[in-house]
Design a protein around this ligand. Structure first.
Ligand code: PEP
Ligand code: MN
Length: 351
C-alpha cells in the first residue's frame, strides 16, 4: 500500500501512480480512511523496480508491503488507525450493541417499530432488521422490499442507524439510496467474492459499514480476514467482523459457538468485532450466556436478535430473539465486563 505525504493525493498524482502500476500489471485503489487516504496496490507488488519507482515519487511517504493475503485488514496496515464509526460512535472504543428483529414482518409493522424504540431504550446504538432473508427452504418467507420502508420509518422515529442484509447485487443500490447505515453480508454469502467486491465499490467513500458474518462452515481465520480484504481493497475500510457460530453444530445448539476466535482475530487485524450470539446458539434462553462469553473473549460488542414479542415474530424470531428487558441486562453487564477485561492483555501475532 502507498502512503502519501499529505492527507490525500491530487488527481494528477493518482494518475501518475496508475500509469506506473499499469506497467507492472497492477492497479491502484484509493481507500479513504478516517485520518488519511491510502492507495492500495492490487496485483503482484513483488517487483523491486516497481517499488523503487513508487518510493522515488516526491509525494509518496513510503510503500508498505505486508506479505499476507490480507494486507489492508492486517493490524500493521496503515488502516490500523482507521476508526469505524456508527452514529458518531467509534466501534472499538467501549462496548456497543446492534439489536432488533431477525426479520421485519411487513404484515405487522407495529412490532418492528415497538422493538426499535425498546432496543433504543435498552441502550443499543444500532437497529437490525432483515428485509430480504436467506432461508434454508425456498418455501419459507424470503423477505419483501416493502419491509425496507418499515426499517426506514424506524430509523426516522428513533434516530438510530439501521442495519440490514443484502444477498444480491441488485439490492445494493436500493439500500445505499435508502440510507441504510450498515450492510450485512450473511454467513451464506461470506465467501461470495463477487458480492464482496461489488459492495466495496458501491460503498466506497459513503461511510456505510459492511458487517461481514463469518462463513457457516468453519474455515481458517485468515479466510475470514481475506474475505473482508475484498471489501476494503475495493474501496471501503468500514468493516465490522461478526462471528456467528459455524457448522457442524454442537448437539443442542444451532451452530458451534465461535466467540472464542475474537482474540485470534484481534491478534491479526485492527477491525472491530461484533459477535452474533443469536445464530450461534439459536435459542433465546442460551443467548445471554453466549453474549457474555463473547464479551469475556474481547468482543467490541454484539449483534443480537431482539423482539418485543418473539412468539409472534417470523424468521428466527420465535426461537432466538431475546426480549428488550434481557437486552438491557446484557448491555448493562456487558459494559461492566468489557471494562474489566481491559485488565487482560491480548496476544498479538507477529506475522
Ligand atoms: C441474520 O442475521 O438474520 C442471518 C440470516 O444471519 P446469518 O447469515 O449469520 O445466518
Ligand atoms: Mn436471523
Amino acid at each position: 500500500m502507498i502512503l502519501p505525504r499529505e492527507a490525500r493525493l491530487l488527481p494528477s498524482q493518482v494518475k501518475e501512480l496508475e500509469e506506473i502500476a499499469a506497467e507492472y500489471g497492477c492497479r491502484i485503489t484509493p481507500i479513504e480512511g478516517s485520518t488519511r487516504t491510502i492507495y492500495a496496490i492490487s496485483g503482484d507488488e513483488g517487483d523491486e523496480d516497481f517499488i523503487t519507482r513508487l518510493e522515488g515519487l516526491d509525494f509518496v511517504e513510503r510503500v508498505d508491503r505486508i506479505q499476507v493475503p490480507y494486507k489492508l485488514m492486517h493490524r500493521k496496515s496503515d488502516l490500523a488507525h482507521h476508526e469505524v464509526t456508527l452514529g458518531g460512535v467509534v466501534l472499538n472504543h467501549g462496548f456497543h450493541v446492534i439489536a432488533g428483529h431477525c426479520t421485519i414482518d411487513p404484515k405487522n409493522p407495529q412490532f418492528y417499530l415497538e422493538t426499535a424504540h425498546a432496543v433504543k431504550e435498552a441502550g443499543a446504538i444500532g437497529l437490525r432488521g432483515g428485509v430480504w432473508k436467506p432461508r434454508t427452504s425456498p418455501n419459507a418467507y424470503q423477505g419483501d422490499d416493502a419491509a425496507l420502508k418499515i426499517l426506514i420509518q424506524a430509523k426516522e422515529e428513533t434516530g438510530l442507524p439501521i442495519s440490514t442484509e443484502v444477498m444480491e447485487e441488485r439490492q445494493i443500490p436500493i439500500v445505499v439510496d435508502a440510507g441504510v447505515d450498515v450492510i450485512q453480508v450473511g454467513a451464506r454469502n461470506a465467501l461470495n467474492y463477487g458480492l464482496l467486491k461489488a459492495l466495496g465499490r458501491a460503498t466506497a467513500g459513503t461511510g456505510i459499514i459492511v458487517l461481514l458474518k463469518r462463513g457457516m462452515h468453519m474455515g481458517p481465520i485468515d479466510e475470514f480476514l481475506s474475505a473482508a480484504e475484498y471489501i476494503v481493497a475495493h474501496g471501503n475500510p468500514n468493516i465490522v467482523l461478526c462471528p456467528r457460530g459455524t457448522k457442524p453444530e454442537v448437539d443442542g445448539y444451532r451452530n458451534a459457538p465461535d466467540e472464542c476466535i475474537t482474540p485470534l482475530i484481534k491478534g491479526r487485524s485492527w477491525a472491530p468485532v461484533l459477535v452474533d450470539p443469536s445464530h450461534s446458539v439459536g435459542k433465546a434462553t442460551y443467548v445471554p450466556f453466549a453474549a457474555m462469553a463473547a464479551v469475556a473473549y474481547g468482543a467490541d460488542g454484539l449483534n443480537v436478535e431482539t423482539h418485543v414479542c418473539g412468539s409472534k415474530g417470523i424468521g428466527d424470531d420465535p426461537k432466538q430473539a431475546i426480549t428488550p428487558a434481557v437486552l438491557a441486562q446484557i448491555i448493562r453487564d456487558g459494559k461492566e465486563l468489557h471494562a474489566r477485561m481491559k485488565g487482560y492483555t491480548l496476544p498479538l501475532q507477529s506475522a
